[in-house]
Design a protein around this ligand. Sequence first.
Ligand SMILES: Nc1ncnc2c1ncn2[C@@H]1O[C@H](COP(=O)(O)OP(=O)(O)OP(=O)(O)O)[C@@H](O)[C@H]1O
Ligand SMILES: [Mg+2]
Length: 257
Amino acid sequence: MGKIIAIANQKGGVGKTTTTVNLAASLGVLEKKVLLIDADPQANATSGLGIDVDSVELGSYQLFEHTKSAKETIIPTTSPNVDLIPAHIDLVAIEIELVDKDEREYMLKKAIIDLKKDYDYILIDCAPSLGLLTLNALTAADSVIIPIQCEYFALEGLGKLLNTIKSVQRLHNPDLDIEGMLLTMYDSRLRLSNQVVDEVRKHFGDMVFDTVIQRNVRLSEAPSYGESIIKYDAASKGATNYLNMADEIVKKNKQTV
Ligand SMILES: Nc1ncnc2c1ncn2[C@@H]1O[C@H](COP(=O)(O)OP(=O)(O)OP(=O)(O)O)[C@@H](O)[C@H]1O
Ligand SMILES: [Mg+2]
């Protein structure tokens, strides 16, 4: 049975999408079958994988609405072993449309539960908010990866995110685990970057991935070519970092996935 992992942090620009796309591609390289679900109306993961967002007719909107089956919304990508459920800007409407629906937090879970047998990993790229889209992702997920940018105010908002995770565990998904916190955009030359790493490791210990994602310009260039870092520059530091992260996740989940 596959594992569903949400990549979430309501703080914007911390590396959620970069992590989702490149972790998906790296797990694909390790011959795991991966589905990426774009649950962010910004649709950055969709365009980052080379899909023209304007051409998306079926995707996560229909998935959340239950107007199409999950299988009808899945498209292949050029990354080996990686499929995608794309997003479109229309997805913003879901936050409003679901508001007075019964079991509104369970729409995504119900839509994708059957896909667990078809994939080793299902990764959900979340929007920078703790609205219904993200609550659905946390309710559907087995675990959550929290990217933390090695920057000023790195820990800002983290308490609120951890409280949200606790309330999802209490109300909707008692089995939700924290897969790990991932330090991103690390620059060894900066004292600040090193301080953030020390602080996060001191506070959260084993919950933090051993792998740290370095700041690497190739990672920021790849999406404009619609390519993962593996395809864009397999020899880059960014590619090495994400392959190491994939390896860490596979080792950690050896018994279950
Ligand atoms: N390790 C890295 N090195 C260099 N640039 C990076 C790195 N990780 C992410 N970036 C860049 O930082 C910006 C924000 O990253 P990303 O889009 O992954 O964050 P996000 O958390 O998904 O943002 P949002 O909250 O808007 O969804 C992007 O321009 C991305 O290319
Ligand atoms: Mg994003």
